[in-house]
Design a protein around this ligand. Sequence first.
Ligand code: PSU
Ligand code: MN
Length: 307
Amino acid sequence: MTGPVTIQTTPEVTEALAEGRPVVALESTIITHGMPWPGNRDMALEVEAVIRSEGAVPATIAVIDGQLHAGLDEATITKLAQASDVMKLSRADFAFALAEGRTGATTVAATMMAAELAGIGVFATGGIGGVHQGAELSFDISADLEELARTPVIVVSAGAKAILDIPKTLEALETRGVPVVAYGQDAMPAFWSRDSGLKAPLRLDDAGAIARFEATRRALGSHGGMLIANPVPVEDEIPASEMNRHIAAALATARAQGIEGKAVTPFLLGEILTLTNGASLKTNIALVLNNARLAARIASELAAGTN
Ligand code: PSU
Ligand code: MN
């Protein structure tokens, strides 16, 4: 391949970007590796609807047969949601999928790369990858953390899952200069639960304040992204005390079966889905919708440019 990578955008994304209107990037690994069919398809379409209802344009990112896309139509999302041989792309193998004409879903890391290429500054997901429990032996630390350090995109998440080592994940982010901002509360949320038991490094209470912080970071010449940790709504949360039991069981099964590398996060999510009789999926969908709403509001504030 010579010349820059081309990005195929849907008409609504093309127009919004050209006119400086708010656009929110969305990842696709959550569709292919994070949730089972058909809930994954329903989630992907609902998230897009929430972003549109907030006056922004959704841009789901994926590599389809070697072509990078920002914005997918419903038929493509449906096909991706049912496919079983989709690569899980991070920084290390993003270009491989493009060069080899493969189909790949983008993780947080690869979605941030694509968003930057497309000129999209805000991205909504469920949870980021981080430092895995036992990382002192396995060295399993998600490339998402390095990407947050280097790529200027705001990532709206529900924090880091408690399948990770949250204290070590926060330390790693702090070392890399990534601001971690809890939205509307002091506590760092833990994905399915509103409170991880840890205080978040920073707190902001509205989208305008987040946009102002971002504008000031840029004015200071700061590089890299920032992580917004948005707690799941009260009515959808599964308390940490309950989740911790399931997480411990899932981690023990993963260890017993020797699950490694890229397979770890999808395996744990699948185990927890079974252990909670599907309740974790309901919560997962609710928190992604909640993050999409906040991301659309932040993108709108940034597009308004009054910060
Ligand atoms: N959180 C979820 N569902 C997911 C993921 C995170 O609730 O599917 C995915 C994201 O794409 C994230 C990736 O970037 O898992 C992290 O994987 P790893 O730990 O292998 O870097
Ligand atoms: Mn890993």
